[in-house]
Design a protein around this ligand. Structure first.
Ligand SMILES: [Mn+2]
Length: 319
């Protein structure tokens, strides 16, 4: 019935959901990924924070609030563990305060996962970690299309005279030619900017952008069609900054912007990525110190559940 009984969450009929060590979804924690489709890995690095620090505690917070996830996803009509095997890989080691050393460490550890032909789901950390993660993806897959949900483009040249922070990862990735820009799309961008030029930067560099107000106007279904059309059959990497959501739904983040999206809208968008050739996911900027009652961490856990469901659907349709 299950794809592999070794890789199931703890049985909630034997061990109530509040029991047990807090791995993601109470899955087994191990480093050997040779038998799994999905590895969940924490990337607890936030030294690139331009505003509130604390996203290094994101993985720990998300894990604690992932206890309520269950096997069957009724929205996608898929029973996850009939079609996938998954584990909690634990956290990458990083060097707090040292951005370039940590970037190298993150790339190396992420590549260990990519090269074993599995789908990694990374939990940041600040958005700066997406750059070293994309370098690892590139090493295995070549250029990938970026599907980017965020309140900000994160395409800035730099801040405070420095180059690498949580507002710059995709500028660096763009410069290093590791993205398939012509098939990449940014969704949900909004909030006050420094200058008019900041608004046009995405399209100038060749990305498609659907900004926040446009997304509210067009609705989720039309946006899904745009994403599907833009990415087509290219290999894609999904990066989800939790500040895509309105601060009401995700207060626990570093740079909140009003006028965002509901939890349900975010779930709809991720569900709509069905059928795309996605090789990896990250969810970033979850900052438990600014969270209330686990609202943000629980939301992030559910987004990851939808990532897992996409992989399960893919396996279900092409076992
Ligand atoms: Mn971001």
């Amino acid at each position: 019935m299950y794809k592999n009984e070794k890789y199931l969450p703890l049985d909630a009929m034997k061990y109530p959901r509040f029991c047990g060590i807090g791995t993601f979804m109470r899955l087994p924690h191990q480093k050997d990924v040779s038998e799994v489709d999905i590895a969940i890995a924490g990337v607890p690095f936030d030294t690139g924070a331009t505003h509130r620090i604390g996203a290094r505690f994101g993985p720990e917070g998300i894990r604690q609030h992932s206890r309520l996830l269950r096997y069957y996803n009724p929205a996608q009509k898929v029973h996850l563990f009939k079609h996938i095997t998954a584990l909690d890989y634990g956290d990458f080691s990083i060097m707090p305060g040292y951005i370039y050393d940590s970037f190298d460490m993150i790339t190396e550890q992420a590549y260990e996962l990519f090269k074993q032909d599995i789908i990694p789901i990374f939990m940041g950390g600040g958005h700066e970690v997406s750059f070293p993660l994309l370098r690892a993806a590139y090493k295995q897959h070549g250029e990938v299309a970026l599907i980017h949900f965020d309140a900000h483009t994160d395409l800035w040249e730099g801040y405070f005279g420095g180059k690498d922070m949580n507002g710059t990862p995709f500028r660096r990735a763009y410069e290093q030619n590791i993205l398939d820009v012509a098939h990449s799309i940014q969704v949900g961008i909004r909030g006050p900017l420094y200058d008019e030029d900041d608004y046009t930067i995405s399209e100038k560099l060749g990305f498609q952008m659907i900004d926040g107000p446009a997304l509210h106007e067009m609705g989720m279904k039309a946006c899904i069609q745009e994403i599907q059309k833009r990415v087509g059959n290219k290999k894609a990497y999904v990066t989800f900054d939790i500040d895509f959501l309105d601060p009401v739904f995700a207060p626990g983040t570093g740079t909140p912007e009003v006028g965002g999206f509901t939890g349900y809208e975010a779930l709809q968008l991720i569900r709509g990525l069905k059928g795309l050739d996605i090789i990896g996911f990250d969810i970033v900027e979850v900052n438990p110190s600014f969270d209330h009652a686990g609202v943000t961490c629980g939301m992030a856990a559910n987004m990851m559940y939808e990532f897992m469901s996409l992989v399960a659907l893919r396996n279900k349709e092409a076992p």
